[in-house]
Design a protein. Structure first.
Ligand SMILES: Nc1nc2c(c(=O)[nH]1)N[C@H]1C(S)=C(S)[C@@H](COP(=O)(O)OP(=O)(O)OC[C@H]3O[C@@H](n4cnc5c(N)ncnc54)[C@H](O)[C@@H]3O)O[C@H]1N2
Ligand code: MOO
Length: 401
């Protein structure tokens, strides 16, 4: 049986995938979304020269030798500029954010002033232009300040607001229908029958989809029955899912019906069976406009395949350069035997030694049903096909989880 190399499978999966269409969402719902278009400012900020301090707006030419005393002719709080012109020997009481009155060019902070009635005496002369924010200090109208690829975060949203964009163009979140299969499965929180277990893969894959910027759609659990399975698959299509993820039923057993049913529904198979461990029975195809990714049922296989294949697929649909997380280098703390023909993703703990070096310790057991070990893992050691035996102390590539 020939198995496809991981890199080739990934390349096939991502071929021809382009970013989804643009939609507009209100600023308050744009956190974490991918910006779809360059965003130019609709205004200049600050729109006027503004005071950066509370104090007095003065004319620097009034500051000569010795202490100047000026006449305070008005007030300029933020939002209410002083409308007149300040002449020689005059000053305006001003507050942070207020426009600099005509005729003035400098702010005397109130700590360096002594006020007496409508007179103010300069105790410590400021330099010309002190504490004045010129118009456009932050940005000017027309400046393109945010551009794709960009995942919008709090800093970008504050800037978009300052640019006066109430709605933002973002890439539509890929809708990912997730369908678990298997007579043995029941939902978390329910009581399994004597031969049943709790379906766990769904929860993990849905969270991964959310982390990657997608929108999970729960299609529930289909029993191992062709008719039921087909009706669940049709629901994914009628919901216009961008991706249908099936969980389990991908292998060769008599009850592994997923590929057969998808075929009957018209799926164009791209590949099945990968030279990797865990995750050998991974399958991919296309059903109309919906990409299909068949993840193996074993929980660790499901999640590792999700990380290695579903994540880059979502990234590509969101306009990000799809890249598998770049491996880091870590030092093995235990010997590893020679690898066979499947690329291995070995569950391992990860620590830093006193010198800041990463130390990776593989778990002795690597069964792909053991979610407890995956949850305690800090990394996956990546072992290429036919990697020779490696001894403790050797540097190996790891995917940090
Ligand atoms: N004769 C062979 N048997 C198997 C092969 C093979 O090549 N020849 N491959 C093995 C490998 S590798 C894997 S991985 C599994 C995957 O098989 P399926 O994708 O068909 O998965 P199932 O048989 O449906 O389930 C496997 C295992 O995982 C449990 N499971 C399934 N779905 C869930 C879920 N949503 N949450 C939690 N656990 C789930 C299921 O109960 C089974 O224990 O096949 C091997 N067999
Ligand atoms: O590949 Mo299976 O995923 O080894 O358990």
């Amino acid at each position: 049986m020939s198995l496809m190399p991981v890199a080739e499978a990934l390349e096939r999966l991502l071929a021809g995938i382009s970013p989804l269409e643009t939609e507009h969402v209100p600023l308050e719902r744009a956190n974490g979304r991918m910006l779809a278009e360059p965003l130019a400012s609709t205004r200049t900020q600050p729109p006027f020269a503004a005071s950066a301090m509370d104090g007095y707006a003065i004319r620097s030419t009034d500051l000569g030798e010795g202490r100047a005393t000026l006449q305070v002719i008005g007030d300029a709080p933020a939002g209410h500029g002083y409308s007149g012109t300040v002449e020689q020997g005059q000053a305006v009481r001003i507050f942070t954010g207020a426009p600099i009155p005509d005729g003035t060019d400098t702010i005397l902070i109130q700590e360096n002033a002594e006020r007496s009635g409508d007179q103010v005496t300069v105790l410590e002369a400021p330099v010309k232009g002190a504490h004045v924010r010129p118009a456009g200090l932050d940005f000017a109208k027309g400046d393109v300040l945010l551009a794709p690829p960009l995942k919008l975060a709090y800093r970008h949203l504050a800037l978009a607001a300052a640019m006066n964009h109430a709605d933002l163009p973002v890439i539509r979140r890929p809708k990912v229908a997730i369908l678990a299969t298997g007579d043995e499965l029941v939902r978390p929180g329910t009581e399994p029958g004597p031969d049943q277990i709790i379906a766990s893969n769904h929860a993990g894959i849905a969270a991964l989809v959310e982390d990657c910027g997608g929108e999970p759609l729960d299609l529930g659990i289909s029993p191992d029955d062709s008719v039921e399975l087909a009706s669940h698959v049709r629901r994914a299509i009628s919901e216009h899912a961008d991706i249908l993820v099936t969980l389990g039923g991908a292998s060769v057993g008599d009850h592994d019906l997923v590929q057969e049913v998808l075929g009957q529904e018209g799926m164009d198979l791209s590949f099945w069976r990968i030279a990797m461990r865990p995750g050998k029975p991974l399958m991919a195809g296309r059903l109309g406009n919906t990409k299909v990714l068949g993840l193996p049922g074993n929980p660790v296989s499901s999640l590792v395949c999700g990380l290695l294949f579903l994540k880059p697929l979502l990234q590509a649909m969101l306009g990000l350069e799809p890249q598998q997380s770049a491996p880091a280098q870590a030092v093995l703390a235990a010997d590893l035997p020679a690898n066979d023909r499947r690329q291995d993703y070995v569950r391992a703990t990860l620590e830093e030694d006193a010198d800041g070096k990463l130390i990776v310790t593989p778990f002795a057991k690597q069964d792909s049903s053991m979610l407890g070990l995956l949850a305690r893992s800090g990394a996956l050691i990546v072992r290429p096909p036919h990697a020779p035996a490696q001894q403790a102390g050797t540097a190996v590539p790891v995917l940090v989880l």
